[in-house]
Every structure is written in C-alpha cells, then in structure tokens.
Design a protein around this ligand. Structure first.
Ligand code: SAH
Length: 470
C-alpha cells in the first residue's frame, strides 16, 4: 500500500488553500463540506471560489503565499498554476509536518485526495495512489450505483442507537451479531424506501428481543465453493458469507486473491491438503467445524471449486447434520468448468460431445477403480481431476482399451488465474509434453475432440505454451 487511507476531522480547524481559480474553488467546496475553517491565499480570489466557501468562517488573504500563512494550519492544499509557488507550499508544509496536497503533482504531495462517494455520514473513498485518477473515477461510478442514496440516513439511524445497544448488550460478540441481524433484516430496505419511522419501530423490537435473550449465540457453518481461482468467479452468495464469517477454514486450492476478499478481522485456519501430505486429517476438520460452531461462531468452510465435486463436502455436512449444527451450502464453479471456459474448450458440443464425465485420477490403494469401457466411448468429453502424476498411466490405459491414440488432450494448469498455462497434445504424446513443460499442480486434463475447438475459441491471456517435444 503506497498511502494510508484515513478520514481526517478538520471541523473548525484552519486549512490553508493556496490559489484563487477554478481548481481551487473545487477544493474549497470539498474542505467547506468537511467543516474546515478555510484560509484562502491568492493575489486575486475569483467569485466562483468565494461562492464555494462559507462566507462567515472563510478568511481571504489577497497576497502572494508566505510560509507564515501555514501557521496554525492542520492541512494545506496548493492549487495554483505557478509551479514554483506549488513547490514552495509543499516544501514549507512538509518542513512544518503539515499534510500537503498539490493538485495534479503527486511528487509534491504528502497526501492525496480520493474520489469519494458521499452519503454522509457514510463516505466511501477510492484511490489509485495517484496512478490513474480515471480508474478511480470508474470505480467510483460502480460504487455510486451500488450504494443506495439513503445509505447515509441508515448510518445515522444506526448511530443514534449505538449507545443504547452498547448498554443493553454488553458482550462484544453478541453486539456484533445484533448489528448483523439488523442489517440483514428489513430495516435497511425500509430506510432506503423512505420509511424511517417503520424502520425505527422494527429496530426497537429487535433491541427489545435482544435484551431479553440471554441464550448462548447459535453458531453456524457455511460450506462455500470458492471457484477455481479467479476471484471474479465467486458467487454473490459466497462473497456475502465471506464477509459474515468469524473464522475461516480454507484449503490449499483457495487462491490468495480470494482470501483477500474475506472479512479482514476473520480468523484464518489453513487446513489444506497436498498429495500424500494431509496436514489436517478430514476427521479433524469435521470436528473443528463442530467445535467452532458450538462456540457460537459463524464458520466458513471455504473450498476450491465446488464443495460437492471431489471436495468431500458431503462428508463434512453429514457430520454437521449429525451434530445438529445449522449449515448452508453454496456451490462454486468447479475446476472443469472454469478451466474449460478460460482455455476456450466447450465441454460439450453438438458435433463432438454429447456428454461429459468428471473423473478422479487419484489412485486408491495402488489401483484405478475406473470404468474404462465407458471412458473410451466416442462423442464424449472426459475431464480428469487430480491426474498430473498419473497422466501417463491414464493415457496408456485409454489407448490399450481401444481409444484412438490421436484423441486430443489439453492439460490446464492453475486455470482462471494469472498463472494459467495450457499444454495441448494427443493421448500418445501429452504426458511427454506436460513433463517437458514442467506443469505444476493443480492441473486438469480434458480429453476429447472438443479440445480442437480451442484454436478458434481461446481468449484468456497469452497462455499458449510453445508445443514442447514429443
Ligand atoms: N472441489 C474442487 C476439486 C477439488 S480436487 C472443484 O470443484 O474444482 C482438486 C483438483 O481440482 C486438483 O487436483 C485439480 O485437478 C483440480 N483443480 C482445482 N482448481 C484448479 C485450477 N485452478 N486449475 C486446474 N485444476 C484445478
């Protein structure tokens, strides 16, 4: 992070604004909105600027800038056309330890002014650390459309209940739950719809209930599919629960970009598994889920892809059901779908494949318990999960059982992420090509004529591998 985002209280504090033109007028309006006692320094101050300021509290010094003007200021903004004046303001302010901003000259700034979505008291500030103000504005547009116009009213109402809630519900965890339940209730929509009184009534009811409710908080488990890696492939429900959870048990397959979307203060427990190396045995994970839920926590079990596809989600839920723990399950985009899409391979196609099978390449007790006769049938696509190590053996088996050795195969490494790589070949040569390309797990193997369509359909990043030997 290049800058620390903070919100500064400048109410009734002296803020120095150097400049008298249009740009200065915009800054004057902003500082005035935040309640500053403005001191404007410029040889001549435009009417536009004056109209943006509070007529009573603003002081105008129609002169050149002198370092002494900074005396007593908590903030300085330079918005003049004169490079030398801007520099002088910047240097003098820094010397005095006063935060300074020079409009459009990041190298002279000790702070930058973000793009803001103002629903006071709710304010969203957006910054690209000066790298692209246009991008910040675009993001601001997105936020503008998502934050209801009356979100500020909602914040003010919640604020007006803060002290009462604090004295009624003394336990921090319970208080957190209470506020969450308010925000999940009809209260926000009522406020957004202009029905403040009804909203207050409902909030009163909830508070009444909460104060009489001395029971332990009920925990809950969310079993959530995090998709194959790209955070944009998370479902809305997954994101919502990710923001709600107190504690997160996550797998090795969950990408760092997805972990970054969790509630920042959520406790994170890694229970990931690697081949031949199970740091936390499945039984222990099941018991951890129960333990945390019984302690009243909202527990997020975050799994790569879809929890019900080679994810042992069923086993975890069975144990929760047995222990009477409430749970929710959220499907995710499974690796086969994600990787196929981002590699440009349709899994079915009217002309090439009428069905698709998801198969595990993981060998149990040294043997494949697979229906090979089904796997060699024509007009279908087979997707192997967990098949990097066994790729050669699988291809050999398929050829031995009668599958055409020229059947196209694609192996996708870390699909949908910026590390996605795709190696193409045939049943006869793919194992050698993959070995030569040094692909790393996780990979998915797609077998079938649909792989040929990739030439026309691939679109995601410059991921094509030079065809390696073999
Ligand atoms: N529940 C997961 C699968 C878990 S099994 C899902 O629905 O996707 C683990 C296997 O998934 C890995 O060995 C690999 O074959 C596959 N996999 C998961 N994420 C992947 C990714 N981003 N790219 C390629 N393969 C992936």
């Amino acid at each position: 992070m290049d800058f620390l985002p903070i919100f500064l209280n400048i109410k009734d504090r002296k803020c120095l604004l150097v400049g008298g033109g249009e740009v200065a007028a915009r800054k004057a309006a902003l500082l005035t909105r935040a309640g500053a006692r403005l001191c404007v320094v410029a040889p001549s101050v435009s009417e536009l600027l004056k109209s943006a300021c509070d007529p009573i509290s603003t002081e105008y010094l129609e002169s050149e800038f002198h370092n002494s003007h900074l005396e007593g200021a908590v903030l300085a903004i330079a918005a003049t056309d004169e490079e030398s004046v801007n520099r002088q303001v910047s240097e003098a302010a820094r010397e005095k330890g006063i935060p300074v901003n020079v409009v459009d000259q990041p190298q002279l700034c000790s702070f930058i002014v973000p793009a803001i979505v103002d629903r006071s008291p709710l304010v969203v500030a957006i910054s690209s650390s000066g790298s692209s103000p246009v991008l910040s504005r675009k993001i601001k547009e997105i936020v503008e459309t998502h934050v209801p116009a009356r979100a500020g009213e909602l914040a003010a109402i919640l604020d007006s209940y803060r002290n009462r809630v604090k004295s009624t519900i003394s336990e921090f965890d319970k208080r957190l739950r209470f506020w969450e339940s308010v925000l999940d209730s009809a209260v926000p929509e009522l406020v957004y719809g202009g029905q403040e009184e009804t909203a207050r009534g409902l909030l009163e009811d909830m508070l009444q209930h909460a104060s009489n409710d001395s029971e332990a908080v009920q925990g809950e488990v969310y079993l959530v599919g995090a998709g194959p890696g790209d955070p944009d492939l998370l479902t809305l429900k997954a994101l919502r629960l990710m923001h709600k959870a107190d504690i997160v048990l996550y797998d090795r397959l969950v990408s760092p970009e997805i972990m970054a979307r969790l509630r920042p203060d959520a406790e994170k427990v890694h229970v990931g598994k690697q081949r031949q190396n199970h740091p936390v045995p499945q039984e222990e994970i099941n018991e951890l889920l129960i333990k945390y839920a019984r302690a009243g926590k909202k527990v997020l079990r975050l799994k790569g892809g879809d929890p019900f596809i080679f994810g042992r989600g069923g086993e975890e839920l069975a144990r929760l059901a047995e222990a009477n723990i409430p749970f929710q399950i959220v499907p995710g985009i499974t690796a086969a779908s994600g990787c196929a899409s981002y590699a440009g391979i349709p899994l079915t196609h009217r002309d090439h494949a009428q069905s698709v099978q998801f198969v595990t390449g993981h060998i149990k007790n040294g043997e494949y318990a697979l229906e090979w006769d089904q796997l060699i049938a024509p007009q279908q696509t087979i997707v192997f999960y967990m098949a990097l190590v066994s790729l050669e053996a699988i291809c050999e088996q398929l050829i031995q059982r009668g599958k055409n050795r020229e059947t196209p195969v694609a192996v996708v490494q870390q699909g949908t992420t910026s590390n996605q790589r795709v190696v193409e070949g045939t049943l006869a040569n793919i194992a050698a090509r993959v070995a030569a390309s040094e692909l790393k797990a996780p990979t998915i193997t797609i077998i079938g004529d649909v792989v040929r369509l990739r030439d026309k359909l691939k679109w995601f990043m410059g991921d094509e591998e030079p065809k390696a030997a073999g």
